[in-house]
Design a protein around this ligand. Structure first.
Ligand code: FUC
Length: 815
């Protein structure tokens, strides 16, 4: 290796060491607290994608509130509104008539005829309302609302007499996905550990004491479900079972208690352990849900099967398998933004100080927490992360804790590819495939179209018809937005089998729907979307910009996929031709990117949705190269303002990163990483003490938006180049990131110092063409499959290539 090159690698290693030095006494990647949780949003989340637990860490009473991702109200059901298609054209006509009246009002305004203009506007408004009324009565989902994700139960473990304790600490170690509680009573130290294991499908909890025979407790199960009952078996097992509603989903949990030393005694009310040295609890939980049209499974048999499979496995074996499984995903990426003494404080204190203090490591922790939460809430074979991931203690959670797909579900998966957790997308893709089945029925019944459509929400029954109210429920782009995730998965992984077998058929049929749905706009002569809305404001309209952006992207991606796969030439040509005909992006009177086909944006509108900026992020129709549109989109974001609900601020981090403004992105991060002050649901967002994102209330999308935003600040690859440090804020002068993924099947490590790139290493898994950009310097590099290239970002520097072992890359990064 030539010496200058070796030097910058050594230097980068040195800086990384220096930056971690100040905090070497604390375990990195840990959220710790000096008090037990009182509120649910102080408890710490564990999950294996199917089971979730919130660990409170109380001394006298430990409380694990737990979930299973398939416990929902309702039963298999089709939601399409048969015959609704006959109301489609009347709605379009009314909306178009309203638009004509609005235009006439504008012309009258210009002639100074204000009163007449106002009359016309009123008439236009009446037409819109009439269309919304027809929609509301004739076009909505049957029934109007979807179903609700449910809390499952609570494990309460009471420790008699444990009131006077010292040296309390509880934490969640993101690196091992284990929660700990330690404290002392007199001269006995108690340790509790808890994790939710994916390989063994149970929640494992253990207590140990450093004095023999000191472990005494009683464990009980209860549940907010009225039907729930408990019963003991074999003296060391306690079952909790019931059904959500008559004929609905049945549930069953089984707690098994294994003590070392002492005695174990079970009754139907609970299991008591006396004078043990240590004890392990295994909690299995299951439901009768098989898939969206079959709920005939036996949850008790499922639990028995799970527990039987654990026979002979001790705590250490379970822990080892769990940690290995978690770290195989989690350790693919490390991020160091520098550590200060601020990192020695408990997480809730760090949150309070973040905006004013110097704690860049909390941003790194938030990034890794997003990755942790995705691993914990979205694993192959399960349900995708819903509005609360999998964590929910209520029978009536906010927005039913469903999958809202006009931003929220998609945001959950924004970090998945770039933050090297590609496998976690599997449940999302399964859900898309289900929705393509139900959505085909909605497309036929309500639009008379082939293909499939998903409106703004879905639930476990895969409802795809418009829900709640026509003014925001009739929004047609949920399915096509989700299709972008299929395409991105291909771009990041280069997996052609996935493209051919999974992605393309779904994308094809989503695109097919829009080829039949788009109508010819009588005013502009272009193809237009509608009836629809710009989520969730402005009411039912023709021509929201976001729809057009998403549909254009769907058409382009589907056509590109068809070309790669050598399929459907005529369809590809049709998509290309139709794309050109869709209403184009427009710049309005305030220098803004228009949110609607009409130039009617209000620059004082601070609405949380920034839908028309989809083309900047997560789309990429608007790039820095399109200077006018780029400036207009940026102007729109400035008008929208910064402070908003949690997820909205999460989106804005990503947008400011795409606007190449790292300092503004960092300001957004500070607004998000602050304790929430609950001022009502649409008040400003922030975070809870457990670093769960607050809409408010708790909604997990902001956690994922923050994680992807931080990645976007450090690496972007959406425009055919790998752009290094595109939006590095001044407050992160020195740091490194390892293991991010770039489109084209690359893995990237970056180190920087003094705000400048020090080194980049790019590993190629497919030998795709590669252009690296740092600032205005670009270098085209030929990296063969299995080669790693090193560069220092300078135009004159040599780019070094060495071989690497593709099987070990991505899983070997030490924290
Ligand atoms: C959309 C948003 C709300 C909320 C809900 C779950 O309706 O407009 O703010 O996030 O989803």
């Amino acid at each position: 290796m030539p010496s200058p090159f070796r030097n910058f690698l050594v230097l980068s290693a040195l800086f990384i060491c220096q930056s971690t030095h100040a905090a070497e006494t604390i375990s990195p990647l840990t959220l710790f607290y000096t008090n037990a949780a009182v509120k649910w949003t102080e408890a710490l989340p564990l999950g294996n994608g199917r089971l979730g637990a919130m660990v409170f860490g109380g001394v006298a009473e430990e409380h694990l509130q737990f979930n299973e991702s398939t416990l929902w109200t309702g039963q298999p059901h089709e939601y399409q509104h048969e015959g609704a298609v006959k109301f489609l054209q009347p709605m379009r006509d009314l909306l178009n008539e309203g638009r004509v009246l609005d235009r006439e009002a504008g012309a009258l305004d210009k002639q100074g005829k204000k009163a007449e203009a106002d009359e016309k506007r009123k008439a236009a408004h009446a037409k819109q309302k009439e269309a919304e009324d027809i929609g509301g009565k004739e076009f909505m989902s049957v029934p109007l609302h979807q179903k609700t994700y449910q809390a499952f139960g609570d494990l309460r473990i009471s420790f008699p007499g444990q009131t006077n304790f010292t040296d309390y600490r509880r934490d969640l170690d993101l690196d091992s996905a284990v929660a700990h509680v330690t404290y002392r009573i007199g001269d006995t130290t108690f340790n509790r550990e808890c994790f939710a294991t994916f390989p063994d499908q149970v929640i494992v909890w253990r207590v140990t004491a450093d004095k023999k025979g000191a472990v005494n407790f009683t464990a009980k199960l209860d549940s907010p479900h009225k039907s729930a009952q408990t019963a003991t078996a074999d003296g060391n097992q306690l079952a909790l079972f019931g059904e959500v509603e008559k004929g609905g989903i049945k549930f069953h949990a089984c707690l098994q208690v294994i003590a070392s030393g002492g005695t174990v005694n079970g009754t139907d009310q609970g299991i008591s352990v006396k004078n043990a040295d240590s004890a392990t609890l295994l909690l299995a939980a299951a439901t009768s849900f098989k898939n969206f049209h079959d709920i005939s499974a036996d949850p008790a048999a499922r639990c028995a099967h799970t527990l039987t499979a654990l026979a002979g496995k001790d705590f250490a074996t379970l822990l080892k398998a769990h940690v290995a499984d978690h770290q195989a995903l989690f350790r693919r990426v490390s991020l160091d933004l520098g550590k200060t003494d601020a990192a020695k404080l408990p997480a809730d204190q760090r949150l309070k100080n973040f905006a004013s203090g110097n704690d860049p490591d909390l941003a790194a922790l938030a990034f890794q927490y997003g990755r942790y939460l995705l691993i914990a809430s979205s694993r192959p074979g399960g349900q995708p992360a819903n509005l609360q991931g999998i964590w929910n203690d209520s029978l009536h959670p906010a927005w039913d804790s469903k999958w809202t797909v006009n931003i929220n579900t998609e945001m959950n998966y924004w970090p998945a590819e770039v933050a090297n957790l590609s496998e976690c997308t599997a449940p999302l893709f399964d859900m898309i495939a289900d929705c393509a089945v139900t959505g085909a029925k909605v497309a036929q019944a309500q639009y008379g179209a082939r293909g499939w459509v998903l409106h703004h929400n879905t639930d476990i029954w895969r409802g795809t018809a418009p829900i709640n109210a026509s003014n925001h429920g009739i929004w047609v782009s949920g399915g096509s937005w989700l299709c972008q995730h299929l395409w991105e998965h291909y771009l990041f992984t280069g997996d052609k089998t996935f493209l051919a077998e999974r992605a393309y058929p779904l994308m094809h049929d989503a695109a097919l729907f829009f080829t039949e749905y788009l109508s010819r706009d009588p005013i502009t002569g272009k193809l237009i979307s509608g009836p629809s809305n710009s989520p969730e404001q402005g009411g039912l309209v023709m021509g929201p910009t976001m729809d057009h952006e998403i549909i254009r992207a769907l058409f382009a991606n589907t056509a590109a996929a068809a070309k790669i796969l050598g399929r459907d030439k005529a369809f590809e040509a049709q998509l290309d031709a139709m794309s050109q005909e869709i209403v184009p992006l427009q710049i309005g009177q305030y220098g803004q990117l228009q949110e609607w086909v009409e130039d009617k944006d209000d620059p004082k509108n601070h609405h949380r949705h920034v839908s028309h900026l989809w083309a900047v992020y997560p789309g990429n129709e608007i790039t820095p190269a399109q200077t006018n549109l780029f400036a207009a989109a940026r102007q729109s974001l400035i008008y929208r303002g910064d402070e908003a609900t949690g997820w909205s601020m999460g989106w804005k981090i990503n947008l400011w990163a795409r606007f190449l403004d790292g300092d503004h992105a960092n300001e957004m991060l500070k607004l998000l990483l602050k304790p929430v002050v609950e001022k009502g649901v649409m008040g400003g967002g922030g975070m809870y003490p457990n670093l769960f994102d607050a809409h408010p209330p708790f909604q997990i999308d902001g956690n994922f938006g923050a994680a992807s935003g931080i990645a976007e600040m450090l690496l972007q690859s959406q425009n055919g180049e790998i752009v290094l440090l595109p939006a590095l804020p001044k407050e992160w002068p020195t740091g490194s990131v390892k293991g991010l993924r770039a489109r084209g099947d690359f893995e990237v490590d970056i180190a920087w110092h003094g705000g400048k790139l020090l080194s980049v290493a790019v590993r190629s898994f497919a030998g795709n063409p590669c252009t690296l950009r740092y600032g205005s310097t670009t270098r085209v590099v030929k990296i063969k499959k299995g080669q790693e290239s090193f560069w220092d970002g300078k135009s004159e520097s040599e780019i070094k290539l060495i071989d690497f072992d593709p099987h070990s890359a991505g899983t070997t990064i030490n924290q």
